[in-house]
Write a protein that binds this ligand. Structure first.
Ligand code: GLU
Length: 474
């Protein structure tokens, strides 16, 4: 595959998909069936606001129903259109298959600038959009389960859940109709941080493999590694915060809507985030150099580049100037097919979106299971685990005649609560998926030097979707 002209986002996803499919031994008609988006529902609805009827356009796209419910976020942005939603729905299919979350792929979007409306207006718009989707079973605990995405969060999910409940008053599983809800509305601990946390766990796993690090020209551990993040939204903020606070990475650059801030001695994510919240951007942040042309900061010297904002930011135009040798796609589709080709030829290692940002949907899966089981993870076992650990300590002390070290006692005894279990499940998922991905990557690389992690990820996903189609007898 050689990308002559820069394709749009949807075409880009298809090209990257085909690059992998062509390396597999699959019937072309099956490949075609997996590639296409099953359906896209478009709705135009009116809401009376500010004295007039405002018309909004929304979408819910279902890429693949090989597993149900289908899953994927709802995005609020002016960039939303059918092509974008379909590309994102396709990525959801591959993402879920890769991390073994038993869902098909879907995505929704509303073409709106959420900052242009106040909270009350957004609630009315969201409830009306949800109403349109619910009445067509495009929001439903057993068929289609949305979640937050760009421009939406816990608040919108709570409105959607409540709207579903109002329209399905006797459905005992109503809360499982959407994930990413606040705790009081049936959410799960650790969902807000999940995507950023998954990025951290994915990078940690990458750093456990010497051979992989070597390909990216990296040495040693994560401590001191220079990181640039594009976008301090929910994903970028959490990824940056955890990498800085827990892995001692140095965040040398942050790119935001209004420009970038660079500081080779390291930026403090918390302070920068407060500044952004207060002033609406990074300009005038006193602890770094402001660069007005933010996107150019993607080309700044660093060890790990984390695009965590929009799609199509690394393209044929700028890919050749990227200095990072390791790129982690925390956003969906930040690198176009053309950009991907240039980076690959330059030996850059790309941790693909469908893996890197899969933490969100993984913890969404845990939330959905929690809602269906109507009980918090750990509720039955926690105290019993603690009692057993106490017994172990007592036995050790009796046997040795020595007392157990006080500083270890707390951590040794404490039983796992919901947050601990969610993080453990997420870590296990990210580690397992990375190991599968790298195994395919290295195995095929022996005969095909052009093999990369993204192609490996696609191949694993495509094979899983194909085998469920085979089982279905299709
Ligand atoms: N919007 C997120 C994504 O792109 C989360 C989807 C979900 O949790 O269903 O993966």
């Amino acid at each position: 595959m050689s990308v002559e002209k820069e394709p749009g986002f949807r075409k880009s996803v298809e090209l990257l998909f085909m690059r992998a499919a062509e390396k597999m031994d699959l019937a072309p008609d099956l490949v075609n069936k997996i590639r296409v988006c099953n359906s896209t529902y478009t709705v135009r609805f009116g809401v009376k606001l500010r004295g007039r009827i405002q018309t909004f356009t929304g979408y819910r796209s279902v890429h693949s129903e090989h597993a149900e419910p289908v899953k994927g976020g709802i995005r609020y942005a002016l960039s939303v259109d059918q092509n974008e939603v379909e590309a994102l729905a396709a990525l959801m299919t591959y993402k879920c298959a890769l991390v073994e979350v038993p869902f098909g792929g879907s995505k929704g979007g509303l073409c709106i600038d959420p900052r242009a409306w106040d909270e009350e207006e957004l609630e009315r718009i969201t409830r009306r959009f949800a109403f349109e989707l619910i009445k067509r079973d495009l929001i439903n605990p057993s068929q289609n389960v949305p979640a937050p995405d760009m421009g939406t969060g816990e608040r919108e999910m709570a409105w959607i859940a409540d709207q579903y409940h109002r329209m399905n008053t006797t459905d005992i599983d109503a809360r499982a109709c959407v994930t990413g809800k606040p705790l009081e509305a049936g959410g799960i601990r650790g969902r807000v941080e999940a995507t950023g946390r998954g990025v951290q766990y994915g990078i940690r796993e990458f750093f456990r493999h010497e051979a992989d690090k070597q390909i990216a020209g990296l040495e040693g551990g994560l401590a001191g590694k220079r990181v640039i993040i594009q976008g301090l939204g929910n994903v970028g903020y959490h990824a940056g915060k955890f990498l800085q606070e827990e892995d001692d990475c140095k965040i040398v650059g942050v790119i935001e809507r209004d420009g970038a801030i660079i500081n080779d001695n390291g930026l403090d994510i918390e302070t920068l985030k407060s500044h952004i919240n207060e002033h609406g951007g990074v300009a005038k942040y006193p602890h770094g150099t402001y660069v007005e042309n933010g996107i150019s900061a993607l080309e700044h010297e660093c060890d790990i580049l984390i695009p965590a904002a929009l799609e199509s930011v690394i393209t044929r135009e700028n890919a050749g100037r990227i200095k990072a040798r390791f790129i982690v796609e925390a956003a969906n589709g930040p690198i176009t097919a053309g950009g991907d080709e240039i980076l690959r030829n330059n030996g850059v290692v790309i941790m693909p979106d469908m893996f890197a940002n899969a933490g969100g949907v993984t913890v969404s899966y845990f939330e959905w299971v929690k809602n269906l089981s109507h009980i918090r993870f750990g509720r039955m076992q926690r105290r019993q685990e603690e009692a057993r650990q106490e017994m172990v300590i007592e036995a050790l002390e009796k046997m040795t005649g020595k007392s157990f070290p006080d500083e270890l006692r707390g951590a040794f005894v404490s039983g796992a609560d919901e947050l601990t279990l969610v993080r453990s499940g997420l870590d296990d998922t990210m580690r397992g998926a990375y190991i599968n991905m790298r195994e395919t990557w290295h195995r095929l690389k022996r005969d095909d030097p052009s093999m990369d992690l993204r192609t490996a990820a696609y191949m694993i996903s495509i094979e899983r979707v194909a085998s469920s189609y085979r089982t279905l007898g299709l």
